[in-house]
Design a protein. Sequence first.
Length: 348
Amino acid sequence: MKDQTVTGFGKAKDGRDAYLYMLENENGMKAYISDFGATLVRLFVPDKDGKLIDVVHGYDDAAGYERGDGGFGATVGRNANRIGGAQIEINGVKYELDKNDNGNNLHSGYDYYQKRIWEVKERLADRITFLLHSPDGDQGYPGALDMHVTYELDDRNTLNIHYEAVPDQDTIINMTNHSYFNLNGHDSGTVLGHTVTLHADSFTPADEQSIPTGEIRSVEGTPMDFRSGRLLGEEIDADYEPLQFGGGYDHNWVLKNGGRFDKVAEVASDKSGIKMEVYTDLPGVQMYTANFLDNEPGKGGVSYIKRSAVCLETQYYPDAIHHDNFPGPICRKGEKYDTRTAYRFLTD
């Protein structure tokens, strides 16, 4: 009998086959994840009427993900976000990284984790674990490691993501998931009517190249204050330098979870009745409002427009390696990198 939970997902440019794996819970919620990039491709969530709608941007096959540069649904590593000057120093040794973003390093350079085929290590009805071997010197970083990423869909309509690795040298590890969420449906236009709540009293301002200055600034009295919930569109174009530099929201907020796995954010739709809660044990979340999408061709013939989604990327702060006052992104030799993020979906 044919396994209905795995389907072909086209071929990578090196000729290897890619596959798409479906997880389903007792409520009918479905997550489709590809071994190409350990990528979340589709996420069907019940709306207020019980209808399943796909709430993440994506492409129809592996070739779309190879072409695309937005990081839809991507498992990003070895280091998510930006490193200023594309250079790091660990234990007195300097390492040069790819300058793929205005002389800086973004999402680890050109040889992205999300553009490689991962090995499926375990697959059950409600979860799947992917493995990627990252050798010493991969993307310019020291140390070899086996990165495990597990997606689990539970019966509380929560998509759990668990990252695990043990490096054989001191190195940076800072993984994230780069899903683009639109809770009215991936094909429904902008998210400016979504209401976002962030459990954060401060954020890390950045320069014109989106590299943090090192300041930790209070959100009080600024368009960055989402503590009580606010519409994304309310002040996204405000005359406020961080927003002008980012073309909208594309910043890291300082979370108050103290390293505990806790709820850190909430997004509420304006049409579907879907609400998404975000949980993590990581110290920061980068909220990005898809400011640079420009009619990107996506799934099912949909063109994704500017601000048609919101990303909530849990992670260490951008450029943390260069700021002693930021939580450190170094994982020591033999220590386990072990972190979790979850997206839970409810309806009003």
